[in-house]
Design a protein around this ligand. Structure first.
Ligand code: 13P
Length: 258
């Protein structure tokens, strides 16, 4: 049985003091909730403060990106060693905003994934099609290519530490979420890709999150689906109230039937 995971991707929002206020409210709202993995991914500048704020709570910390080298003359970059050192257990890799705005390729994502695993970080690897690709019926082809190339060469043990986030680009920040049926179809397909590349045991272990306009009022129907193991939440994770509601819904679903 896979534990549901709710991760908040704060993107480029929140100063340190705003981040502290947000995480403290989240902490108060989730302190009695167990059985759901909770991750917040603030901007790099707030990680140190967040790491202190979430000490001795069930909230884990993730970074939103990292560079694919341990150290070196890479001005402006942050290494896996550094995010591990600051207290991160997770790292989001290959987000569509990085693929789009910063031209990250599957090869670059793959290098990052491999190095993150070397540092015992759990990569949350994002894949998903654009609207144009969906309209051209290329969703599965795009998702398969990103899956195969971003996760190339991983051993079974490594794959067991991966979290996949299916984030259709057309659903990100648009208020237009994939329907539970649309999302489930792709999640099921991704799980089959894991069976084909590894085996059924690995495919049953790996969590596949849905991301793209997840809100308190649509998260329940999404997470009821058998292959949707939680959510990667953008906008709704920036407000404590909506993020807590999503986590509470996950808890209700996991208590009832997952
Ligand atoms: P929204 O929830 O704002 O659509 O963002 C989704 C996302 O990109 C999470 O990584």
């Amino acid at each position: 049985m896979r534990k549901l995971l709710i991760a908040g991707n704060w993107k480029m929002y929140k100063t340190i003091s705003e981040a502290i206020t947000l995480v403290n409210t989240i902490k108060a709202g989730v302190h009695s909730i167990n059985g759901v993995d909770i991750v917040v991914c603030p901007p790099f500048t707030a990680l140190d403060a967040m790491s202190k704020s979430v000490e001795r709570t069930s909230i884990e910390l993730g970074a939103q990106n990292m560079y694919s080298a341990t150290e070196g003359a890479y001005t402006g970059e942050i290494s896996p060693q550094m995010i591990k050192d600051i207290g991160c257990r997770y790292v989001i890799l290959g987000h569509s905003e990085r693929r789009g705005y910063f031209k990250e390729t599957d090869d670059m994502v793959n290098k990052k994934v491999c190095l993150a695993l070397d540092y015992n970080l759990n990569p949350i690897v994002c894949i998903g099609e654009t609207l144009e690709q969906r309209e051209q019926s290329k969703t599965k082809e795009v998702v398969r290519t990103q899956f195969e190339n971003s996760l190339k060469g991983l051993t079974v043990d490594q794959m067991n530490n991966i979290i996949i986030a299916y984030e259709p680009v057309w659903a990100i920040g648009t208020g237009k979420n994939a329907t539970p049926q649309q999302a489930e179809e792709v999640h099921k397909y991704i799980r089959q890709l894991i069976v084909n590349t590894y085996d059924r045991t690995v495919s049953e272990n790996v969590r596949i999150l849905y991301g793209g306009s997840v809100k308190p009022d649509n998260c329940g129907d999404l997470m009821q689906k058998g292959n949707i193991d939680g959510a990667l939440v953008g906008g709704a994770s920036l407000k404590a109230e909506s993020f807590i509601q999503i986590i509470a819904k996950a808890k209700e679903i996991s208590d009832n039937n997952k």
